[in-house]
Design a protein around this ligand. Structure first.
Ligand SMILES: Nc1ncnc2c1ncn2[C@@H]1O[C@H](COP(=O)(O)OP(=O)(O)O)[C@@H](O)[C@H]1O
Ligand SMILES: [Mg+2]
Length: 507
């Protein structure tokens, strides 16, 4: 689309693919696509605000959905060495379907026995109207649903409420319903099947009631008895995991402390205290670490995780009862994406870099793009994206677009010495667009135009730039704004000089 043709950015199409929304970084985008397809690693190097995080996130969106769900399973022989169990998506879904059909039945409250529906709070005991369980007042007759003289309801209430005791006592003798363990969401009753009496449990389950007959109850009990486990890494996870500035435990997982040391019957068993790290959560997905060198010595662990594709989880605090617990071989088959600015590149440990180049790519992100028809169109796409993403500002009209383009050319020259180019330091440009949008909103304008962008450009100057403009130069401004006495003493060593006697000992 030519700039001449458009009225404002509302006419610009925004691509559905998040990688196509990254502008000016064609090489990095191409490699990100390959990395997603072939499960390779990626190191993005370059100045802030040029799209590195955006690329990492978009790469994750290109990965297939995770296929494995991971469980940590209790080890009865040696509780401090829980196992890992893997299930494929198919197995998990199959199991869910199975367990629903076979074990439990969901029925509508209308199909449940009347006293069950009332006790569980689905039916008004006064007027008989059915309504959602979470409404305590009947929408039809405005009475409290459970509170009144139906004898069976009084029986149930008796267990939790000593009021109405005498009346309740009499009814209780006749009652067939009992709430289980004071849990008002669950009732037990009996029914006769083929001449034999059996237990049935009804449980509130959202808009439905779950029915568990004797068989279902037995199955449930068996299942709970068979080696207890918990889901460690769910199928329904995000494939993008960011671990910038993560601590050791956040990155590698941990086993929580238990004051009872996991003592049987007292404490929490070890397997329940196992917590995955970011590397495990990124299993089958992307682990993104911005400012990679800041990770320091932890970089080594990432290298091991990338090499082995498994990493144990153990208690990382030697003082904690978690320290004696270890789960071996927890999968962490991840696509690693690191970001780093140019001057910190040498702080990345070299084996990690050679690992990345060995099975992935390093790419220097661009800071400018040539000012041509195609790239101007992409820049306008960027403006439209920023407006959409913000959601609170109006679109930018043609005059506004032109000022933004001019500013983008100016920045390319200023920061990167590039003529006839458009800057790709787009976070800054995004800030300018939002500032212009706020001004337009304040003025109740329908679109962002030239005057709003002009005002935003002035507004977006740093404090230092503002001082320079007002006082000619920075130092002059500092001096002028100071009181006479403060100026007399103006020196970075001011306090030290004044109190030099007190400070002698510290030198
Ligand atoms: N190449 C780009 N294409 C489109 N938008 C960008 C680009 N670079 C930066 N932006 C905008 O700036 C924001 C910050 O960019 P980000 O990806 O966090 O930069 P980096 O990680 O390189 O510091 C993005 O969310 C996006 O709105
Ligand atoms: Mg970033």
């Amino acid at each position: 689309m030519k700039i001449l043709d458009i009225k404002d950015t509302s006419q610009v199409m925004i691509p559905a693919d998040p990688l196509e929304r990254v502008i000016g970084q064609d090489e990095a985008v191409r490699l990100a696509k390959i990395a997603a397809h072939q499960r390779r690693h990626l190191l993005l190097v370059g100045v802030p605000g040029t799209g590195k995080s955006m690329i990492a996130q978009a790469l994750a969106a290109h990965l297939p959905l995770p296929d494995q769900q991971l469980y940590v399973v209790s080890n009865p022989e040696y509780p401090e060495r829980p196992f890992i169990q893997k299930k494929t998506r198919e197995e998990v879904e199959d199991e869910n379907k199975h367990s629903m059909v076979k074990k439990e039945k969901l029925i509508s409250p209308v199909d449940a026995p009347v006293n069950v529906a009332e006790t569980l709070g689905y039916r008004c005991s006064k007027c008989g109207t059915y309504s959602p369980k979470n409404l305590t007042v009947c929408p039809n007759c405005n009475n409290y649903k459970g509170q009144k003289g139906s004898p069976k309801v009084a029986t149930i209430d008796l267990q939790n409420n000593m009021g109405n005791f005498m009346q309740g006592l009499e009814d209780m003798l006749k009652a067939t319903l009992t709430t289980i363990g004071g849990d008002k969401n669950k009732i037990q009753t009996t029914r006769v099947v083929n001449g034999k009496e059996e237990v049935v449990v009804y449980e509130g389950a959202g808009a439905k009631i779950r029915v568990l007959d004797q068989k279902a109850l037995e199955e449930r009990r068996d299942k709970e008895k068979a080696s207890p486990k918990k889901v460690l890494i769910s199928l329904k996870r995000n494939t993008f995991v960011m671990a910038t500035g993560a601590s050791e435990t956040e990155l590698l997982g941990d086993v929580r402390h238990d004051p009872y040391g996991g003592h049987k019957g007292l404490g929490t068993p070890p397997y329940e205290r196992v917590v995955p790290g970011a590397i495990h959560e990124a299993h089958e997905g992307v682990l993104f670490i911005d400012e990679l060198p800041h990770l320091g010595h932890l970089q080594r662990f990432i290298l091991t995780a990338m090499q082995e594709k498994v990493f144990p989880i153990s208690g990382r605090n030697p003082q904690s009862a978690g320290a004696s617990v270890k789960v071996d071989s927890v999968p962490c088959d991840l696509v690693f994406v690191g970001a780093c600015n140019i001057q910190d590149l040498h702080h990345i440990i070299s084996p990690l870099r050679s690992r990345i180049t060995g099975s992935g790519y390093e790419v220097l992100v661009e800071t400018t793009m040539p000012d041509n028809e195609k790239n101007r169109a992409r820049f306008i796409q960027f403006i439209a994206q920023e407006v959409r993403m913000d959601g609170r500002i109006p679109h930018v009209n043609k005059s506004g677009i032109n000022v933004l383009l001019k500013e983008a050319r100016k920045k390319a020259l200023q920061h990167d010495g590039k003529k006839k180019s458009i800057t790709l330091r787009l976070r800054e440009m995004g800030g300018m667009i939002r500032a212009a949008g706020d001004i337009a909103i304040y003025e109740e304008a329908k679109t962002i135009g030239k005057k709003h962008v002009d005002a935003a450009i002035i507004r977006s100057r740093s404090a230092e730039e503002q001082i320079k403009e007002k006082f000619g130069h920075y130092q002059g401004g500092v001096m002028k704004e100071m009181s006479e006495s403060a100026r007399m003493q103006y020196s970075p060593y001011n306090y030290w000089n004044d109190n030099s006697d007190d400070l002698l000992g510290y030198e």
